[in-house]
Design a protein around this ligand. Structure first.
Ligand SMILES: Cc1cc2nc3c(=O)[nH]c(=O)nc-3n(C[C@H](O)[C@H](O)[C@H](O)COP(=O)(O)OP(=O)(O)OC[C@H]3O[C@@H](n4cnc5c(N)ncnc54)[C@H](O)[C@@H]3O)c2cc1C
Length: 446
């Protein structure tokens, strides 16, 4: 008898787990339970709307979801429509693939002022995530500060400064495109506590900021190491003789930033300023954000050292892109310090597993979640294959949802919505997203 597996969360980690269970030949019926009506997690709601090629991996996940042994239950939140304990009773194995959807707090005065947003909310807003479509961020000032030195900070800055023609082939939510393009924003400051050598940008994303239609990157040459020093730090691996990967990325990034110094006097209408060695200390303002104060830092032996020198940027919008945390699911342990579900290489409790950002915290790209799925499928196979106790699985879940009159969305229904979104893109935009459950249900009725 096949074992029944519930995967909570239909983002990359959930799909890679389903895919691994299938490819490893585990005899299982797999149900993917997702709180949103749509699948794919941050591929839809996080990855930048103008980076469509990154989203193509969703086609592969659609094939997985279309397999006979796999079912999708969209619009079913574990902890709301159905409890974790109920799923434990219904399924042989429960996989937690719930991601890390909450913003880490900045922990500085003024962070709750209107005009200050976490990147989960801000990115969710421009990507049409139903939870954030009413965010209404304040875009009525000339300057914005994006805090953080990773790719999410680059995404936010880029989406704020691109011209309408540059966004035509994106799937940005219509309301967000209208609001951003009507805003008076001319200057976006990307603020990092550390230096350019420690930034976690990937080179392709960084380079893109030097190729925008009406925006120039601004870099202070004093922030960059002297050219003679640039190649020196970092190590040559004794095993391979290769310069280590991190150093290569760092050198590439510094070379890109150096090339930006030549663009800084360009006549573009907008600018993205890189502010390194600047630790935010306060967001100032009376009834909304009016500016951000920072303290200059230096980095010594990997540690950030404050210098007692302060600066300020006048701005009405602040977006903090400093990392994410998982949410606590009632009935499950939670590591509040690390913001994830405590686990031993994915094992949470007998028959309960974690994958992806819920397992490891918010690091890595989409493909980084694939090994988690492979490990999890092996663990399920080793722990449970052939031991099915004949738990009700899918039939039990359907009964429970029926009793509670929960309107779940099947994968076939999602495919109809997907086609409608693509058609609404008119052959130019990749799609026009539905951004609420009501819109989706109306489209399904229609
Ligand atoms: C802003 C942003 C941009 C990114 N850009 C890129 C990029 O360009 N390229 C790249 O390779 N990677 C990118 N990443 C990283 C990539 O998105 C992650 O590695 C990946 O999405 C993590 O997968 P996950 O399945 O663990 O989490 P998620 O993608 O967050 O999926 C978790 C899913 O679980 C669901 N869920 C949560 N709680 C419940 C519940 N209680 N009940 C039911 N369902 C629930 C959520 O709705 C979600 O669909 C980006 C990340 C962010 C935040």
């Amino acid at each position: 008898m096949p074992i029944s597996v519930a995967i909570i969360g239909a983002g990359p980690a959930g799909f890679y787990t389903a895919e691994a269970l299938l490819s490893q030949g585990v005899d299982a019926r797999i149900d993917m339970i997702e709180r949103l009506p749509s699948p794919y997690g941050l591929i839809r709601a996080g990855v930048a709307p103008d980076h469509q090629s990154t989203k193509r991996v969703a086609h592969r996940f659609a094939e997985t979801a279309s397999r006979d042994s796999v079912a999708f239950f969209g619009n079913v939140e574990v902890g709301r429509e159905v409890s974790f304990e109920e799923l434990q009773g219904l399924y042989d194995a429960v996989v937690l693939a719930v991601g890390a959807p909450r913003d880490r707090a900045l922990g500085i005065p003024g962070e709750h002022l209107p005009g200050v947003y976490g990147s989960a909310g801000f990115v969710g807003w421009y990507n049409g995530h139903p939870d954030f479509r009413e965010l209404g961020p304040r875009l009525d000032s000339r300057a914005a500060v994006v805090i953080g030195n990773g790719n999410v900070a680059l995404d936010v800055a880029r989406v704020l400064v691109k011209t309408p023609p540059e966004m035509v082939e994106s799937d940005i939510a219509d309301y967000a495109a209208q609001a951003i393009h009507a805003a008076p924003l001319t200057d976006v400051y990307i603020l990092g506590r550390r230096g350019p050598g420690e930034a976690r940008f990937t080179s392709a994303e960084l380079r893109e900021l030097g190729r925008l239609a009406d925006c120039a990157p601004v870099v202070d040459p004093a922030d960059l190491p002297a050219e003679a020093d640039a190649g020196e730090r970092g190590g040559i691996s004794p095993a391979t003789g290769e310069i280590d990967r991190e150093k290569r990325i760092r050198d590439k990034n510094i070379a890109i930033l150096r090339s930006f110094t030549a663009l800084s006097k360009d006549t573009s209408r907008k600018r993205v300023h890189f502010c390194f060695h600047a630790a935010p200390i306060e967001i100032v303002g009376h009834d909304r954000a009016e500016g951000l104060r920072y303290e200059r830092t230096r980095v010594a032996q990997g540690r950030v050292i404050r210098t007692g020198v302060f600066g300020a940027i006048a701005c009405g919008l602040v977006v903090a892109a400093i990392g994410y945390r998982a949410t606590r699911i009632p009935g499950l342990p939670f590591d509040a310090d690390r913001g994830l579900i405590p686990n031993d290489d994915g094992r949470v409790a007998p028959g309960v597993y974690a994958v992806g950002w819920a397992k490891r915290g918010p690091t890595g790209i989409i493909g980084s979640n694939r090994p988690d799925g492979i490990v999890c499928a092996r663990q399920i196979d080793a722990d449970l294959a052939g031991t099915s106790e004949g738990r009700p699985g899918r039939a039990g879940l359907e009964r429970l949802l029926g009793q509670r009159r929960v309107r779940s969305i099947s994968f076939a229904e999602w495919q109809r919505l997907d086609s409608a979104e693509v058609a609404a893109g008119g052959g130019v935009a990749p799609r026009r997203k539905f951004t609420s459950l009501a819109e989706m249900l109306a489209a399904l009725r229609g």
